[in-house]
Structure formats: structure tokens, C-alpha cells
Write a protein that binds this ligand. Structure first.
Ligand code: 7TS
Length: 415
């Protein structure tokens, strides 16, 4: 209780917030659930669940196709979410917001629609040593197809990018820089504004993988001046199957369509097709309508809590969690950057992360164990895998205490 009152000074009533998340109120393997896999995906609050249910129960119809009232209403609700997303990341226009399946599809869209026309043999793409596979493989494939070169900004032992080395990688042949804002396996918050400014000095566009920044901090794409920004609905308390690609209008106008079919055209004959204007040019087929509506409810929820409040509260969890985990004998934290989001990866010298995860699960504690789709990060730190605890604003100090207790039990089992 003392702990929850403490949190109120940061502006969040965590007991009240927890009541919004029905999934948290259950026992797993006989213990109250402690859900610490928020970097993988976040749980859903009632307002999101209710909104999707209500939409299907009372409002569901196709969008942008029907002349009837229900379709017009669904279209309005759908379009309103595009405006809401533009507001959420402060885009200049809702027309710069493309709905995708998630971050992965958003990055693949850029690799296809921007990469194929504008990146060729001998050109260079810069990524970083601490990317998720979603921001490695599409560029690697593009480079292989085109004869382009993939360059990698190295990271230090703390998991921080070496900006001096980045400066050396930028050349007249660099055609794109693609980096994450926050690393999912290390928690590092990258200096993306600096990275963007340095690329822009040479006229090079920059894509920011925002999968792990969108849930934790307010982002202003115009202030950052990034060219592309991608994130996933399911990591910001919304549904799966919906994500966002923000891109500056000048790029969207120049890019080729990603998929072709209904809704993305202006006119079609057997001889020739002209395309609709962005964003529709990039949204072929019936979109994930209810998922978009659910995303809108999730953004509403986050904005009511306030991203700055969320960030302050999660910073407190990170500080407390780091301090507590550091006291566990033999535990080594992987990812000790000065600027971090609420992700703690760790290893023990003699216990495999999968065993750690399994024994924690037996105590009702959900963490992720593995390479977290960042195999090059594991290689950089000479480890096969880590156990990762990632915190949300619904987590508490008590839950971190449960994690610590759980880890002491893991150690006891192996000694
Ligand atoms: N980029 C980053 C930085 C991520 O953390 C993830 C997902 C993705 C891209 C891909 O997002 P998706 O929604 O398209 O899958 N990261 C994780 C994770 O850390 N554990 O599970 C998924």
C-alpha cells in the first residue's frame, strides 16, 4: 500500500490501473500471475476489449466501400483513428499514417516500396548492432537482391551505440539509415535525434523502429524529423494484427505500392492502373477494421494516463528492479546503458535462461527466455540467450520482489 501511494506522486494510481486489466487477476500454477513479458506484448485493458466487442456487436461494417449508413459510420470511426494516431506521434497529417499488420510489416513495406526503387548496386544501408531481426533481415534481403551493402553501427559493452563509429560509416553511397529507438533485448534508448541529424546533414533518410519506444515514451516524429517511424498496436495495449507506418508525404508520393488490389487504386483498365493517393495507395484490400478501432481505444487509454507519467513510473520500476536484481549472487545484467527503458535482460553463469524461465513460470512469473529475435546481440555479448523481464505501468515493486524471490528459488534448485 505504501508502495502504491508512492506511485501516486508520479501521477498513476496503479491499483486502479490493474483493475482495468482482467488478465492480471488470475493464478498461474497456483500463484498470482506476475506478467513481466511486456516487451513481447502487452495485456489489454477493458476499454480496448469493450470497444472491440461493442464495435462488432453494434457497428461493424466494411469501410470506404458502402453507401449505407452503417458503412459510413464505420468509415468515420476508422478514419478518426488515423487522425488519432497522427496526433499520438504528432505527424503533420493523417495521410502520412499507413495501417500495417505491425512493425515487421511496416519495415518490410519500406524495404519494398522505398528500397526497391531507390536503392541499387553499390549503395549502402546502415543499421545497428542491436536491432531486432525485423530491422535486419528485410535490409539484408534487399542488399542481396540489389548488390547493395549492409553496414552496422557497433555497440559497446553496455549496449550503447558508438556514435563516432556511426559517423565513419556515413558515406556518399549511404541511401538509408534504419535503427531502433529502444532495443528490445537490452533496453538501450538510442540517441536517435543525433543519428537522424547526422544522416540528414548528408541528405540521407532515416527509419526509426519504434516498436519499443511507442509504449514507453511520448514521440514527436516532426521534432525528431525522422523519415519513417514504425510501431505495433499489440505492444501499446491494443490488438494484434495492427501496426503503423509513419512516413513523410514526399516519400509516400515517390514510393511504389507494396501490395496491389482493391482500395489502393484510382482507376483500373486491363491496360493500365493508376493508384490512389497515400495512405490508400499502401492499404490494399479490406483492412483490419476492428483492430484499427481497438488501436484507437488503446491510444485513448495511454493518453489518459499520460506518456510522461508512464515513463516516470516505469523508470522507477527499472531503477528498483535493477537495484534488486544486482543483489542476486551470480546474476549478470546484459545491457547497462545509461539511458534505458524498462527492460532487464540477465544471465547466470551456470543456469540456462530457458531453465530460469521455466522455474519462474512454475511460480506464476512470466518472463521471456531466448535470443529475443536479436541473435546478433547475443553474439555481441558471447551468450546464447538471456532471461528478460520487461515492465509495464501495471507492474509493481511487489511483483519485482516476487521475481527476486523466484530467482532465489531458481538458484536453490540448481545448487
Ligand atoms: N522491432 C523491435 C524493436 C521489436 O521489439 C519487435 C518485437 C519488432 C520490431 C517486431 O514487432 P512485431 O509486432 O511486428 O512482431 N519484439 C518482440 C520481443 O521483444 N519479443 O517478442 C516480440
Amino acid at each position: 500500500m505504501v508502495q502504491l501511494m508512492e506511485k501516486c506522486t508520479i501521477g498513476l494510481d496503479v491499483a486502479k490501473i490493474r483493475a482495468d486489466f482482467p488478465v492480471l487477476d488470475q493464478r498461474i500454477n497456483g500463484y498470482p500471475l506476475v506478467y513481466l513479458d511486456n516487451a513481447a506484448t502487452t495485456q489489454k485493458p477493458w476499454p480496448v476489449i469493450d470497444r472491440i466487442r461493442d464495435f462488432y456487436a453494434h457497428e461493424y461494417a466494411t469501410v470506404r466501400r458502402g453507401v449505407y449508413s452503417m458503412s459510413a459510420r464505420a468509415t468515420m470511426a476508422y478514419d478518426q483513428v488515423r487522425e488519432q494516431v497522427a496526433g499520438f506521434i504528432h505527424a503533420a497529417s493523417p495521410h502520412e499514417i499507413i495501417f500495417t499488420k505491425g512493425t515487421t510489416e511496416a519495415i518490410n513495406l519500406v524495404a519494398y516500396s522505398y528500397g526497391r526503387p531507390f536503392i541499387g548496386a553499390g549503395d549502402e544501408i546502415i543499421i545497428s548492432a542491436i536491432e531486432h531481426h525485423a530491422n535486419i533481415v528485410p535490409w539484408q534481403q534487399l542488399c542481396q537482391e540489389k548488390g547493395a551493402v549492409l553496414k552496422v553501427i557497433p555497440a559497446n559493452e553496455a549496449g550503447e551505440l558508438l556514435i563516432d563509429e556511426y559517423a565513419k560509416l556515413l558515406t556518399d553511397n549511404t541511401k538509408l539509415v534504419a535503427v531502433n529507438y529502444v532495443s528490445n533485448s537490452l533496453g538501450t534508448i538510442n540517441p536517435v535525434k543525433t543519428i537522424i541529424d547526422m544522416a540528414h546533414e548528408r541528405g540521407i533518410p532515416v527509419l526509426i523502429d519504434g516498436a519499443q519506444s511507442a509504449p514507453h515514451m511520448a514521440v514527436d516524429v516532426q521534432a525528431l524529423d525522422c523519415d519513417f517511424y514504425a510501431f505495433s498496436g499489440h505492444k501499446i495495449y491494443g490488438p494484434t494484427g495492427i501496426g503503423v507506418l509513419y512516413a513523410k508525404m514526399k516519400h509516400l508520393e515517390a514510393m511504389v505500392p507494396y501490395q496491389c488490389g482493391g482500395d489502393m487504386i484510382e482507376s483500373v483498365t486491363f491496360e493500365h492502373t493508376t493508384f490512389a493517393k497515400p495512405p490508400h495507395k499502401f492499404e490494399a484490400g479490406t483492412p483490419p477494421i476492428a483492430e484499427v478501432i481497438g488501436l484507437g481505444a488503446a491510444i485513448d487509454y495511454l493518453e489518459k494516463l499520460g506518456l510522461n507519467n508512464i515513463q516516470a513510473y516505469e523508470n522507477d520500476l527499472l531503477a528498483y528492479g535493477t537495484e534488486q536484481l544486482q543483489q542476486i549472487e551470480g546474476l549478470q545484467i546484459i545491457g547497462t546503458a545509461k539511458h534505458k527503458a524498462s527492460v532487464i535482460s540477465f544471465v547466470f553463469p551456470d543456469i540456462h535462461p530457458h531453465d530460469v524461465g521455466t522455474i519462474l513460470d512454475q511460480q506464476g512469473i512470466a518472463v521471456r527466455a531466448g535470443h529475443h529475435c536479436t541473435q546478433p546481440v547475443m553474439e555481441r555479448f558471447h551468450i546464447p540467450a538471456t532471461t528478460r523481464a520487461s515492465f509495464s505501468f501495471y507492474n509493481t515493486h511487489d511483483e519485482i520482489d516476487r521475481l527476486v524471490e523466484g530467482l532465489r528459488h531458481v538458484i536453490a534448485v540448481f545448487r
